[in-house]
Design a protein around this ligand. Structure first.
Ligand SMILES: NC(=O)c1ccc[n+]([C@@H]2O[C@H](COP(=O)([O-])OP(=O)(O)OC[C@H]3O[C@@H](n4cnc5c(N)ncnc54)[C@H](O)[C@@H]3O)[C@@H](O)[C@H]2O)c1
Length: 399
């Protein structure tokens, strides 16, 4: 194995961490953190790793060899987290793996799923089969790879969940129980995303606060409220470092959505470029909270790196923008003026959307750990087109 070096990547990591820490309220920076910060600064300035040892090791994970690697046995407590992502081949998993690998090194993150990974994913970094319903196998992966952070993305989303309630109940609730127990037993930091779908008709619909009545009417929403409460319970009962963010509908150019109610807001970009015709499954005026994937994943990483002392809750709302299909169409037509639109409502998705908030109040996230979004609707639309046109261009060149 090559000797670890203090690379530009690590300097970059340290700089980013320092600037994040400076952005936090002074009360959140304890004396240990101050010592770490000054050591980090010295490392950045001198370009040399310090004797106390920070995150400079490179682990030798490979997709083919994930267990019993001697390098893991000499790891020290202050080193980079070793991260497992469940359900990693969905809409968000690979994007988050990329972000975490940039931050902590390519081999610090194992992506897992029950599906076969495409070539480009398999060769990009460690991948392993993990069914969250198989408790023993999941525990073995966590133990053998000395996992310290568990990012739990394995799920059945709202629309697909309603079509197969027993499976959704099993994956979303039994799977969560497995993950909670393994995280608690092994002292992991556990992140389980929640959703706007955790609210319901009895919640305030506009500027929905973090704490209010939650009576969702989908198995997906019910399972997410369950996850929020169980995570909070495990935190108080067993000291589990459980964290959750209620994501809005997430929009990304990298992956196709996995059967959620807000999927239309991704589909429109593909249709606008491919056929110039878009069929909306939601009514023109159905406003929902939305977020560009880069904001969502950055929020997640920043939240995970926030010291525990700064957090006043275990589950926070995060928000960026809210729009309806009609408002999105208007913005998309600035780039594709000939786009034709038909509203062909899907009764299942429309019924779900009608019970969800139109906007979220995320002031606690902004106050406690400095959350701030970058993308509004115009920025989202121009970025999506730039990325998708770039991808088409590359595909055409490759053919
Ligand atoms: N995408 C969004 O707009 C959005 C919005 C709010 C919250 N979230 C949350 O973010 C997380 C990731 O969402 P996503 O959009 O990537 O979901 P997705 O549906 O695209 O992906 C889920 C993945 O879970 C995997 N999976 C299913 N059963 C499994 C099992 N038994 N064991 C292991 N993996 C299994 C699937 O193969 C799939 O790859 C989820 O917790 C979701 O609730 C997503």
């Amino acid at each position: 194995m090559p000797r670890p070096s203090f690379t530009g990547d690590v300097q970059c990591l340290v700089r980013h961490h320092c600037s994040r820490m400076r952005a936090l309220p002074a009360s959140c920076i304890d004396s240990k953190t101050k010592v770490m910060l000054s050591l980090m600064y010295r490392m950045v300035v001198s370009g040399r790793p310090c004797a106390r040892g920070l995150c400079v090791r490179q682990y030798n994970w490979s997709p083919q060899q994930l267990s019993a690697d001697a390098n893991f046995h000499s790891a020290r407590p202050n080193e980079c987290p070793r991260i497992l992502i469940t359900g990693g081949l969905g809409q968000l998993g690979l994007g988050f793996a990329n972000l975490l690998r940039k931050r902590f090194g390519d081999n610090s993150v194992i992506l897992s799923d029950i599906r076969k990974p495409p070539n480009h994913v398999f060769h990009k970094g460690p991948f392993i089969y993990a069914d969250i319903l198989d408790y023993k196998n999941l525990r073995e992966i966590v133990v053998n790879n000395r996992i310290t952070w568990l990012i739990h993305f394995g799920v059945l989303l709202s629309a697909v969940g309603e079509k197969n309630v027993p499976l959704a109940r099993s994956v979303n609730i039994t799977g969560l129980h497995n993950v909670l127990d393994i995280a608690a037993e092994n002292g992991l930091k556990l992140f389980v995303p929640s959703t706007i779908g955790a609210f319901g008709v009895d919640s305030p619909r506009h500027s929905t606060p973090d704490l209010c009545v939650q009576r969702p009417r989908t198995i997906y929403g019910v399972s997410k409220v369950h996850a929020e409460l169980m995570g909070e319970y495990y935190h108080h009962k067993f000291g589990l470092d459980f964290r959750s963010l209620r994501y809005p509908g997430v929009i990304t150019a990298d992956a196709h959505p996995g059967g959620g109610t807000t999927d239309y807001a991704v589909q429109i970009f593909h249709d606008a470029l491919k056929t110039g015709h878009f069929e909306s499954c939601l009514d023109a005026d159905t406003r929902l909270p939305m977020m560009y994937a880069d904001d969502c994943l950055r929020a997640t990483l920043e939240f995970l790196e926030t010291p525990n002392e700064c957090l006043t809750m275990r589950t926070y709302n995060v928000a960026a923008m809210s729009f309806s299909p009609a408002e999105l169409v208007e913005e998309v037509r600035k780039q594709v003026p000939h786009l034709s639109v038909e509203y062909k409502l899907d009764p299942l998705r429309q019924a779900i959307a009608d019970t969800w908030p139109t906007s979220l109040n995320d002031s606690r996230a902004r106050q406690d750990w400095g959350w701030k979004h970058d993308y509004d609707l115009p920025a989202l639309v121009s970025t999506m087109f730039a990325l998708l046109q770039g991808l088409d261009h590359r595909a055409a060149k490759a053919n």
